[in-house]
Design a protein around this ligand. Structure first.
Ligand code: SF4
Ligand code: SF4
Ligand code: SF4
Length: 256
């Protein structure tokens, strides 16, 4: 049964326990970027930061308000990243997560271009770089556990269940609290639907969400746009890929 997650933005208090839990489960080091003029830390997702909380200021009744928005891969139902990958290194599993196989990856980074939410990141600062993104804690989900970030959240911001139940829960909350939520479930239709969906008390465009993202699945658009890439660029990518193939072979031998 495919799993999904409802993120209720109204419940988040910005404690960032989810960020820390994700780092801990995936054995990623904590980073420090210095002050950046905002309370959001780190400033963006990276190869070793699969999730982060955006701090978004607002105003209601002439009073300042804050919203805290969890960002990570949305695990699209028909992921553009997987469609764009020429070697099948990214795939949508029947359980819901979109997972990455580093041993198939040739380093072309088409997935990074294709993702409408700009999620996949590259390990620019290592000699043996891979693409990185939230994997929905697929190992935990396979074992019947909830993702680490959801387990750590003290406010039950995220509801993890079968995808159909998650969508129904979102609809119920909006219907039962008409003055509280805006009537929009982000991810229900965006990019053809995503396994992680959001409800909010503020318009999503105020919170940094791309509300112009198309409401159909992206793979057909992906191939349409990739076909416009100049052949010289493709040749350069192919050269990079050849290097990556040899690199991966070496890594495999060391791994055996
Ligand atoms: S959000 Fe981006 S990286 Fe995640 S599944 Fe969708 S296309 Fe892939
Ligand atoms: S689902 Fe797992 S990998 Fe994704 S943000 Fe949560 S803890 Fe990190
Ligand atoms: S752990 Fe929960 S309440 Fe704390 S920042 Fe993450 S989503 Fe928000």
């Amino acid at each position: 049964m495919a799993k999904g997650v409802l993120v209720d933005i109204t419940k988040c208090i910005g404690c960032r326990s989810c960020q820390i839990a994700c780092k801990a489960w995936h054995n990623h080091e904590a980073g420090y970027e210095g002050l950046n003029g905002t309370y959001t830390m780190p400033n963006q997702l990276s190869a070793d930061t699969y999730t982060r909380i955006s701090f978004v200021e607002g105003e209601r009744n002439n009073q300042p308000t804050w919203s805290f928005v969890k960002n990570q891969c949305l695990h699209c139902q028909e992921p553009a990243c997987a469609s764009a990958c020429p070697v099948g290194a990214l795939q949508k599993t029947k359980e819901g997560p979109v997972i990455y196989d580093q041993w198939k990856c040739i380093g072309c980074r088409y997935c990074m271009i294709a993702c409408p939410f700009h999620i996949p990141k590259y390990e620019w600062d290592t000699l043996n770089p891979w693409v990185q993104k939230c994997n929905f804690c697929a190992d935990r989900v396979d074992a019947g556990m909830e993702p680490a970030c959801i387990k750590a959240c003290p406010m039950n911001v995220m509801y993890f269940d079968d995808y159909e139940k998650v969508v129904q829960e979102a609809k119920n909350r909006i219907a039962n609290h008409p003055g509280k939520y805006i009537n929009h479930i982000y991810g229900l239709n965006e990019a053809g639907g995503t396994s992680w969906i959001y409800i909010s008390d503020r318009p999503f465009q105020e919170l940094g969400f791309d509300t112009q993202v198309v409401k159909a699945s992206y793979p057909s658009f992906t191939w349409a746009s990739l076909s416009k890439i100049p052949w010289k660029a493709v040749g350069f990518a192919a050269a990079l890929s050849a290097i990556a193939v040899f690199r991966n072979r070496g890594s495999r031998k060391e791994d055996v």
